[in-house]
Design a protein around this ligand. Structure first.
Ligand SMILES: [Ca+2]
Length: 311
């Protein structure tokens, strides 16, 4: 990286963190990611960090049962590797470790560096100017922050990739990884938007060839993203010993970024309660939930590729 580029990165980072005190028009976000579980988290981290429209205040690691225990710590080490080594960023937003396990009790937080950080960083915000918290893994750290400081619901909003579909909710990986955590979030007043699995599948599926065409020629970060995609594709998506490349891989987690960047449509519904079996119970309430119904994926991928090419 040239000196001029480093200088630009420093200036944009400083400007980007000016928050409520400065003239930043960037969108303030914190990401909570179970990176190390699948490969879509890597795509979302790259999109997040290379997007000049975002003021990234921090990234928190999240546990998942597919990540070696202690999962929050392992995911944190993978997050450090992605940001420092894969993206080669010596200057970057704060990176924090989240909890290693889901909530054991709906009234008791799992205190972690990630949950503490979320409370601290939220202090710059208010109900008129909310920090957007993107959760693309188990929601444990956001839920713990709500239990530790209930006033945080006046300063943040949560955009979560989770559930199978509306109106049932239904079992899905991120929700299953902390059902109690999502119950805490749904039972609170925090504004909540959901990007569900069915909408991701319909809008964010990529075939191997599409992924190659999109990212493999675009610098070291693009090449690395494609290699991750390809390795996962051969390991998980393509049937062994069969030349069947018909199944796509879904880049689930990008739905949260597409939403904050204004590239989705959504419906607003009465906010359901979440039962322990991960199905919704629809109740009379004044609280609402925003449910993403569509993604302008053409626009999102163009934006993603443009930022990747410029890095
Ligand atoms: Ca994820």
């Amino acid at each position: 990286m040239s000196k001029v580029t480093v200088c630009t990165v420093v200036i944009s980072f400083l400007f980007g963190t000016s928050g409520t005190h400065g003239a930043s028009l960037k969108i303030p976000v914190v990401l909570s990611t179970d990176v190390g579980n699948e490969i879509d988290d890597q795509w979302t981290i790259v999109y997040l960090l290379l997007n000049p429209k975002l003021d990234v205040r921090g990234i928190i690691s999240a546990h998942a049962p597919t990540i070696s225990p202690p999962a929050g710590q392992t995911s944190y080490k993978i997050l450090l590797d992605v940001v420092k080594n894969r993206l080669g960023m010596s200057i970057h937003p704060p990176l924090l470790a989240g909890a290693d396990l889901p909530l054991a009790d709906r009234k008791k937080p799992r205190v972690s560096d990630g949950a503490n950080f979320l409370i601290e960083v939220s202090q710059d915000f208010s109900s008129n100017n909310r920090l957007k918290v993107l959760t693309i893994g188990a929601v444990t750290d956001a839920a713990s922050a709500i239990l530790m400081d209930p006033t945080i619901v006046q300063r943040i909003e949560i955009i979560d990739m989770g559930f199978k579909r509306w109106p049932g909710g239904e079992e899905e990986f991120n929700i299953a990884n902390d059902v109690k955590g999502m119950q805490v979030v749904l039972d609170s007043d925090v504004p909540l938007t959901i990007g569900s699995g069915d909408v991701c599948r319909a809008n964010l599926s990529l075939h191997l060839d599409q992924a190659r065409d999109m990212v493999s020629g675009r610098g070291g970060a693009g090449q690395w993203l494609f290699e991750e995609f390809q390795a996962y594709y051969y390991r998980v998506i393509k049937p062994l010993r069969v030349d069947d490349f018909s199944k796509p891989k879904v880049i689930w987690d990008n739905i949260t970024l597409a939403h904050v960047l204004g590239m989705t449509t959504h419906e607003t519904y009465a906010r359901p309660k979440l039962k322990d079996d991960m199905n919704f119970e629809h109740i009379e309430t004044d609280r609402t939930i925003d449910w993403i119904t569509d993604v302008d994926e053409r626009r999102m991928w163009d934006d993603f590729i443009g930022n990747l090419g410029a890095y």
